[in-house]
Design a protein around this ligand. Structure first.
Ligand code: PBG
Length: 328
């Protein structure tokens, strides 16, 4: 009988030893908590396709952010659920100085001052067609006209108190323009998290339900501006361009199917790499667990440590609060 000379199982033989040789750690410091907000003063409305995730009115939002802060979560990302009556072709409500998202940002800044606030820059929650920008005569998203609006949106969000603006629209050249627009208003401390590498994924479906943009999507998908899931060399170029235009952080989205992209960017790009565990990633785990197929807590923790192993510096996850509780 030939015995193995190298026994890798030796280092796995007890918990204390597994702890010592563990290569990657997950902590509450890695988590960003995305939250859906509504114009109501008080509301808590569960999103059917995302069990356990709610659209929150002002009162519930403030309570939720306080709880998140207490659990040690460093930052939230807030997404508006804009009533149909406020939507139009041009997404003009995004530039309404009295829109409820801006007042929520101020409210959070006042009531929970030391939590980071990240706000999406894109028009999809505000447009009747559900696209991230304005359409031209051919019904395509007009890159340069959209950028003009996004610059104004970013300035409003920054003035309201957003610590980071996060363009998720995938227009070419918008990072540089947004940086200039912020700087022109002396908003030099507002950072930019660029969704540089955002794929035209089918995993955003529950998010589109949540913000009510799914029914309206005129062109059915976003393939003319979001990336082809088959490509990775293009991802590096997207990220390099955004860095050269002034992005502070680079985002990859979705997450778990795209870990190779995270890892590639980590090796090529000298900026923090964040990843977004998107809505359907959450829903697949949650609803499979509700059907008794998997253990949500275990699968969620496994997925998050894999993000870390791939090289993500932080992860957006709808389970942030729950995970923070488990990690405590
Ligand atoms: C909008 C935006 C989307 C997400 C974040 N910002 C949806 C989309 O591009 O259609 C998706 C997030 C998720 O699925 O959790 N620009």
């Amino acid at each position: 009988m030939q015995y193995p000379q190298t026994r890798l199982r030796r280092n796995r033989s007890s918990q204390w030893l597994r702890n010592l040789v563990q290569e990657t750690e997950l902590s509450v410091n890695d988590l960003v908590y995305p939250i859906f907000v509504t114009p109501e003063k008080a509301a808590k409305d569960e999103i059917k396709t995302m069990s356990g995730v709610f659209r929150l009115g002002e009162k519930e939002l403030v309570a939720e952010v306080k709880e998140a802060k207490k659990l040690g979560i460093n930052a939230i990302a807030i997404f508006p659920v804009v009533p149909q009556k406020n939507k139009d072709e041009g997404g003009s409500y995004a530039l309404d100085k009295n829109n409820f998202l801006l007042s929520r940002v101020k409210k959070i800044k006042d009531s929970v001052p030391d939590i980071g606030i990240i706000c999406d820059v894109a028009l999809d929650p505000y447009t009747t067609h559900g696209h991230d920008g304005v359409l031209n005569k051919k019904n395509q998203v007009d890159n340069d006209k959209t950028i003009e609006i996004l610059c104004k949106q970013a300035v409003l969000l920054a003035e309201a108190g957003a610590d980071f603006v996060a363009p998720s629209d995938m227009m070419d050249g918008r990072i540089g323009e947004i940086r200039d627009a912020l700087d022109a208003e002396s908003l030099i401390d507002t950072g930019i998290i660029s969704y540089s590498v955002k794929y035209a994924s089918s995993l955003y479906a529950p998010f589109r339900d949540a913000v009510g943009s799914s029914k309206s999507l005129k062109l059915k998908d976003k393939k003319t501006y979001q990336m082809n899931p088959a490509n990775i060399r293009e991802a590096i170029l997207e990220a390099q361009l955004d860095v050269s235009e002034g992005a502070d952080v680079i985002m990859v989205k979705p997450g778990i199917f795209y870990l190779d992209v995270i890892s590639e960017l980590k090796n090529h790009i000298d900026r923090p790499i964040f990843a977004y565990q998107v809505s359907a990633e959450y829903s697949m785990m949650k609803h499979a667990s509700l059907a008794g197929i998997i253990d949500f807590d275990k699968v969620m923790l496994e997925s998050l440590i894999c993000f870390k192993r791939a090289g993500a510096d932080a992860i957006f996850t709808y389970a942030a609060k729950h995970v923070a509780e488990i990690l405590k």
